[in-house]
Design a protein around this ligand. Structure first.
Ligand code: ZN
Ligand code: ZN
Ligand code: ZN
Length: 258
């Protein structure tokens, strides 16, 4: 299985529109952060997208995406679902299954109401089949994804675990029942918005502190804002005295997972 980061930025992306800070003006391509999303590719060629943010079309073109077997949604905030319409060219053959919590399914139906109206047939709408992600595993070919309830401020959202990989974007707390599902990880991807605290996102220290508790083999931060450059975060993580390698992810990074 491999995982490609299609985006690693917070809700406004980096650079931020109208901002001229050093990170937004950086020439390091790793400081350009599209909205957070990953693509999981299974050993049998299964392709699963986690979240479809506003840059999904650009991310799909950059990744050379030609097929999707399923989409898993973490939550229905704009930066995670507003690219959903752009799956349209990949739904010509058959409808695409999009998994989300029941509350988020209701929000997606409202935002993309045109896509679910019976009388509108043909071009102009993605063929999406919304499926509730509950407590059971979601099976896509040989891949089995476990939805992981997380707290994002006071909102309940989902992370996902597949094999030794866990994707925990947009969270500020992890329920005890979910912690039990995060043991023995090879790779943990976790929300690390910035060093300063935030009410609905883990800070870098909170993310690394949580990772210390779970002891994965390797940690990547995602959903990163423009407070810090890639290099600055890389240095910060390597000087944090962690018992595992940790650092910021960046757009385009692909990692192999056993
Ligand atoms: Zn977000
Ligand atoms: Zn900036
Ligand atoms: Zn969010």
């Amino acid at each position: 299985m491999n995982v490609q980061f299609l985006g690693t930025g917070t809700s406004h992306g980096v650079p931020v529109v109208g901002c001229s800070c050093a990170v937004c003006r950086s020439t390091d391509p790793r400081d350009n952060r599209y909205r957070s999303s990953v693509l999981v590719t299974g050993d049998a060629g299964e392709v699963v997208l986690i979240d479809a943010g506003p840059e999904f079309r650009l991310q799909a073109l950059r990744a050379g995406l030609v097929h999707l077997d399923a989409v898993l949604i973490t939550h229905a905030h704009a930066d995670h679902v507003h690219g959903l319409d752009d799956v349209r060219p990949l739904t010509r053959g058959q409808p695409l299954r999009v998994y989300a919590s029941s509350g988020d399914i209701a929000e997606i139906r409202e935002r993309f109401s045109y896509a679910f109206r019976e009388h509108r047939v043909g071009g102009g709408k993605p063929r999406i089949e919304l499926v509730e992600a509950g407590g059971a595993d979601i099976t896509v070919g040989s891949l089995s994804f476990r939805p992981l309830p997380l707290m994002h401020g006071d909102r309940r959202v989902l992370g996902y675990r597949v094999g030794g990989f866990a994707y925990l974007t947009d969270c500020s707390g992890v329920p005890a029942s979910t912690k039990k599902l995060l043991t023995g990880l090879n790779v943990m991807v976790i929300d690390g918005l910035r060093k300063r605290p935030h009410p609905t996102h883990f800070s870098v220290d909170e993310a690394l502190g949580f990772a210390r508790e779970m002891r994965p083999d390797r940690v990547f931060l995602t959903h990163i804002c423009h407070d810090h450059s890639h290099v600055e975060l890389e240095d910060y993580c390597s000087n944090a005295g962690l018992p595992f390698p940790a650092g910021p992810a960046y757009d385009g990074l692909t990692i192999a997972i056993d």
